[in-house]
Design a binder for this molecule. Structure first.
Ligand SMILES: Nc1ncnc2c1ncn2[C@@H]1O[C@H](COP(=O)(O)OP(=O)(O)OP(=O)(O)O)[C@@H](O)[C@H]1O
Ligand SMILES: [Mg+2]
Length: 385
């Protein structure tokens, strides 16, 4: 299969007063698994529907490969979609559900062949081989004779995927295709989907509001908010170098802590003042903060990057101890989410459950300086990129 690139060029979609997608420019490489992620209502489905041709953009162009598809009808875009509510034909067996689209296409392309019995048989055999190959890939060969109502949710999901895959489209669009599955089946199907996409190499655009799903599936992920693209990058880039406070707190769980700090001069260099604590920062951070001395900034630190003297890994570059008091301990099996009070501010630290801490206890903490994030408190944008 040949993979195609997909490009949104300054695409906007308005519904009356609502701007669902606002000046979206996004380039997706051939064969890439791109995940669009963001909270409910941020414009993910609208972006997909425009690519599929189900909505017309108010402005901008959409390209599949080198072809601008703004004026191309949905059926001629060579796209297959799997939606949250994948409707299978209830009266058709699994086999026919999968074969249906292929038959339509083959017959439409070659109506005259119906008069040639030999040709008709060849088409039938071709479709049969294809259906069985895809069914084998998705491990539903033994279900081909069943009706949809005789399947579990996960099996139905795989039939819906099979129906999309069998058509060998240039682009797959998936809109929360796993949201009907229970947690375990979802994890399993997600892993299968990832393997399958790698194997097929078809450009895939996948929509979810679940940041964890986005991180595990995407070659790159595009984070949206209120119709506006916030950041595009690999899962690592988005996690370790969030462009702003929205991305910083949307990706990762529990969310990154954002603490009000002030930039002060300390030993002739910019440092951070957090309540009564002074935090000397790394060289590059100090450089980025030169213009900020005397001003407030937001200091971002992930719950996983807060340590106590007992949990600190030997190779971590840690801050001096910061005075904190344990407010609430939330157990999660192997780890605790420890809610801390730091001079009136609150933060969550994720600590191994093997380290016993009790509520009300003073707990000096250390921050992993390499993973300290700094943001402009007015715009929310990252300071120093
Ligand atoms: N046909 C429509 N008419 C009017 N407004 C619409 C229409 N479709 C979507 N919207 C609005 O556009 C915005 C984006 O909707 P969209 O469905 O793209 O969001 P989403 O990111 O897919 O959200 P969710 O995660 O809830 O599915 C929302 O404010 C929504 O109410
Ligand atoms: Mg949606």
């Amino acid at each position: 299969m040949t993979a195609e690139s997909v490009r949104f060029e300054q695409v906007t979609k308005r519904f009356g007063a609502v701007t669902a997608v606002n000046n979206l420019t996004l380039h997706i490489q051939p064969g890439e698994f791109m995940v669009l992620v963001g909270p409910s209502g941020c414009g993910k489905t609208t972006a997909l529907r425009m690519l599929a041709g189900l909505e017309d953009p108010t402005a901008g162009e959409i390209y599949i490969g080198e072809r601008c598809v703004n004026d191309v009808s949905p059926r001629d875009r060579d796209i297959a979609m799997v939606f949250q509510n994948y409707a299978l034909y209830p009266h058709m067996r699994v086999y026919d559900n999968i074969a249906f689209g292929l038959r339509l296409r083959e017959l439409k392309g070659a109506l005259w062949q119906l008069t040639h019995l030999g040709e008709a048989r060849a088409i039938k055999q071709r479709i049969d081989a294809r259906v069985r190959q895809v069914a084998q890939m998705l491990e539903i060969e033994n279900l081909l004779h069943r009706l949809p109502k005789e399947l579990s949710g996960g099996q139905r999901q795989r039939v819906a995927l099979a129906r999309a895959i069998v058509r060998q489209p240039k682009v797959f669009l998936m809109d929360e295709p796993l949201s009907n599955l229970d947690a375990k089946l979802r994890d399993q199907t997600r892993a299968e989907l990832k393997k399958l996409q790698e194997r097929l190499g078809v450009t895939t655009i996948y929509v979810t509001h679940d940041q964890k799903e986005a991180m595990t599936l995407g070659t790159r992920i595009a984070v949206m908010k209120d119709g506006v693209l916030q950041q595009v990058g690999t899962p690592e880039a988005v996690y370790f170098r969030p462009a702003n406070t929205f991305v910083a707190t949307f990706v990762g769980a529990p969310p990154m802590n954002l603490l009000q700090a002030r930039v002060v001069e300390h030993d002739g260099k910019p440092a951070l003042r957090l309540g009564g604590n002074t935090i000397a920062v790394l060289e590059a951070q100090a450089r980025a903060l030169t213009q900020w001395v005397g001003k407030p900034v937001l200091m971002g630190v992930r719950p996983q990057d807060i340590y106590t003297d007992r949990t600190a890994p030997p190779d971590a570059i840690l801050s001096e101890p910061i005075h904190a008091v344990v407010d609430v301990v939330e157990p999660h099996g192997d780890r605790n989410d420890v809610h801390l009070l730091i001079d009136g501010a609150t933060a969550i630290a994720q600590l191994s459950a093997r380290v016993k801490v009790s509520e009300g206890e003073p707990l000096p903490i250390r921050l992993h300086l390499e993973y300290l994030h700094l943001f402009n408190p007015e715009t929310g944008d990252a300071i120093g990129g």
